[in-house]
Design a binder for this molecule. Structure first.
Ligand SMILES: [Zn+2]
Ligand SMILES: [Zn+2]
Length: 357
């Protein structure tokens, strides 16, 4: 991706020399997600174009230099089927990392496929090989987890693990999830695992709401077929006339915020995770929607290595959750412009990239 709004170019790169502790992956599968569409639209700040997008990917170890230990404790060897945490170079020394314990806000942090320039090498999954520099968190993909489930969950699942942590969902909590994209769908599945009931999904189009049902939503509210007032009434009817214990925003629209504030019960919690790009101001009434409600509002930015490892455990322990259904069709490298177009038009929640197809 040479620049925003430009067609994707295919380029050849030299095979990198591996320093001690580095790994070269032969890419098996990567993804095109909403973030890639934002990158293509030039909506993210500080992106060093040209980049090789594809931040969550899986592959087979082609070469490893020296002894490399995975974050799961395994020895990384040639031929292993592995995955890696796309966030790297989190410093562990700055104030965000140490004093505030918010490492997802570390200013040294870089992300494969997003903030790593292609001028530095193979730092993205839309390629036949990925260079894993020393220090990147690598883990073996459990035998029982298919590539389609891992990439279908992908970045949305990692974000949702962090959301579930921030939301502190308790057994029997009623949960509203705003948005039925990759993040919202995974959040629904995790709310289910956490023991939430009922789980109410708000989104569109109908195809995504069908996926939401498959991921574990008890109630489906079609954004396009209901008014704000109707949705509020339906949520209150499902929650003893009170509103939800927890509301999760994974919609990324300014209008979702005042609605989400209204759907949370008095003393409830609202986790905002979908505003990954600036979509503008939301209009709220602090007296009615926050102060008088004694409401707790939490932001959720990015994910950490522990969310990555927990996502792997969830995939291994819950094979019945159809994460694979989030992934749409597979695209070859020469079809990436089509993949971006399909993701942009929301024809699919997520496209899979097979660079050897
Ligand atoms: Zn730091
Ligand atoms: Zn993504």
């Amino acid at each position: 991706m040479t620049a925003p709004r430009q067609p994707i170019e295919l380029r050849e790169f030299p095979r990198p020399d591996l320093p001690e502790g580095a790994v070269l992956l032969k890419t098996s599968l990567s993804e095109v997600c909403g973030t890639d569409v934002h990158l293509w639209h030039g909506r993210l700040a500080g992106v060093p174009y040209p980049i090789i997008p594809g931040h969550v990917s899986a592959g087979v170890v082609d070469a490893a230099r020296g002894a490399v230990t995975g974050i799961d404790g395994s020895q990384v060897r040639e031929g292993d089927r592995v995955v890696f945490f796309d966030v790297h170079r989190t410093c562990g020394r700055c104030r965000a990392c140490t004093v505030h314990r918010t490492p997802t806000r570390c200013s040294s942090r870089r992300v494969y496929g997003i903030t790593d320039s292609a001028n530095e090498g193979l730092f993205g999954g839309w390629a036949q090989a990925i260079y894993l520099e020393p220090g990147v968190a690598i883990a073996r993909l459990p035998e029982a987890v298919s590539l389609d489930d891992y990439i279908g969950g992908g970045c949305g699942l990692l974000t949702a693990v962090h959301i579930a942590e921030r939301a502190e969902i308790r057994l029997g909590d009623s949960v509203v999830v705003q948005g039925a994209g990759a993040v919202g769908l995974s959040a629904i599945a995790l709310a289910r695992i956490a023991g939430a009931s009922p789980i109410i999904a708000i989104g569109a189009p109908a195809s995504r709401l069908a996926l939401a049902r498959g991921m574990g939503a008890d109630v489906i509210l079609d954004l396009a077929a209901t008014t704000n007032g109707e949705r509020r009434q339906l949520v209150f009817e499902a929650t003893h006339g009170e509103g939800a214990d927890v509301v999760i925003e994974a919609a990324g629209s300014a209008a979702a915020i005042p609605e989400g504030l209204d759907l949370a019960r008095v003393g409830g919690r609202y986790v905002i995770a979908g505003h990954y790009t600036d979509v503008g101001d939301s209009s709220i009434n602090a007296h009615q929607q926050i102060n008088r409600k004694h409401l707790e509002i939490r932001g959720c930015w990015g994910s950490e290595a522990r969310h990555f490892l927990r996502a792997l455990s969830i995939l291994e322990r819950h094979p019945s959750i159809p994460f694979r259904s989030i992934g749409g069709r597979r695209y070859a490298l020469h079809q990436l412009n089509d993949a971006l177009g399909d993701a942009e038009a929301m024809r699919i929640p997520k496209a899979l990239v097979d660079p050897w197809q």
